[in-house]
Ligand binder design. Structure first.
Ligand SMILES: NC(=O)c1ccc[n+]([C@@H]2O[C@H](COP(=O)([O-])OP(=O)(O)OC[C@H]3O[C@@H](n4cnc5c(N)ncnc54)[C@H](OP(=O)(O)O)[C@@H]3O)[C@@H](O)[C@H]2O)c1
Length: 290
């Protein structure tokens, strides 16, 4: 593709941003559907977020953005509005540009559900335990509520963080919602669980103490971790060794990206190509980390 004066630009805003796997995946996807668009990672420190948003608003060939840590919540007052998905989570991972406006949206939860369905794990009627209560846990919990999960057990080191949003989650659907402290016997929240979602960031912390004794993770429990680098966290490794079916966060990353692509372009995302590019850049990152 030849970059020219008509090239549209999509950015991802975060800090740090050098770890982003999206530029190669999204640029290849744009080109494969015949769009003269590119995707670039834009490292933005918190103190520069407001001026960055002003610049993006003024940039007529800015077609949209992704938003990542640490800006998913603080970006909200800088936008022109939110979709329902972003409003209820009070978190944004996508900026859409209808009629030049900056509208915050969120595809994280829907991306997680798509990754489960792709693996033949429909969440309807399931009892799900979610470890963690940050933005990712909340997005996944609301999406599971929408998808018809029967029970949602929210477990966090700091239970107050889950208690703050559990009533809104309970009011959003029919699933029974309960909150549990992480400390103590994990059987309290794992009893009867069909799907366990690790939405803590412990998999990114190689030296972290395990959340609990993972010997309790036994089939038929399906065990997922939202982390994708490393592909197999200590949590997933132990669950797999015990015989559980496991799933990492790569599928969620792919599907939230595909939903972002559809939001910006109005076109169906070229999923096989995006998956292949994602695998390639992740393999490169793994090679450079060793
Ligand atoms: N695959 C994807 O597409 C995707 C998308 C979004 C996020 N993620 C991943 O999801 C994870 C969570 O993201 P987030 O945005 O929700 O992060 P966050 O808001 O920082 O929340 C982190 C959560 O992890 C818990 N935690 C951290 N260290 C812990 C430890 N040592 N022991 C027990 N609990 C611990 C925190 O508990 P406290 O509340 O007690 O501090 C909190 O519940 C990250 O690893 C992120 O990379 C993946």
């Amino acid at each position: 593709m030849l970059l020219n004066g008509s090239t549209n630009v999509v950015t991802t805003l975060g800090y740090p941003i050098s770890q982003s796997l999206s530029p190669a995946m999204q640029t290849a996807a744009f080109q494969s559907v015949g769009l003269n668009w590119i995707y670039i990672a834009w490292g933005v420190r918190a103190e520069h977020l407001a001026v960055t948003l002003q610049a993006l608003k003024a940039w007529e060939n800015h077609a949209g953005s992704n938003v990542t840590a640490p800006h998913k919540e603080t970006i909200i007052p800088l936008l022109d509005g939110l979709t329902e998905a972003a409003a209820r989570l009070q978190a944004v991972n996508v900026i859409l540009r209808p009629e030049g406006k900056m509208i915050g949206h969120n595809t994280d939860g829907e991306g997680f559900i798509a990754s489960l369905r792709e693996e033949g794990i429909p969440p309807g009627g399931k009892r799900v335990t979610i470890l963690g209560a940050g933005g990712a846990a909340k997005a996944v919990a609301y999406a599971l509520q929408d998808a018809g999960a029967a029970e949602l057990h929210l477990v966090n080191r700091t239970p107050a963080r889950a208690e703050a949003w559990a009533p809104g989650l309970a009011a959003a659907g029919k699933a029974r919602v309960s909150v549990h402290p992480l400390a103590g016997d994990p059987a309290r929240f794992l009893e009867g669980t069909d799907i366990l979602v690790n939405a803590t960031s412990i998999g990114l912390q190689p030296e972290a103490v395990p959340l609990f004794d993972y010997a309790i993770l036994r089939p038929p429990l399906v065990v997922t971790d939202l982390v994708f680098f490393p592909r197999e966290t200590a949590f997933l490794r132990k669950a797999r060794a015990n015989g559980c079916r496991t799933l990492n966060g790569l599928g969620m990353l792919l599907h939230q990206a595909a939903l972002s692509f559809q939001g910006w372009t109005g076109k169906a995302a070229p999923l096989p190509l995006m998956r292949e590019r994602l695998e390639t850049v992740l393999a490169e990152r793994e090679r450079s980390a060793t």
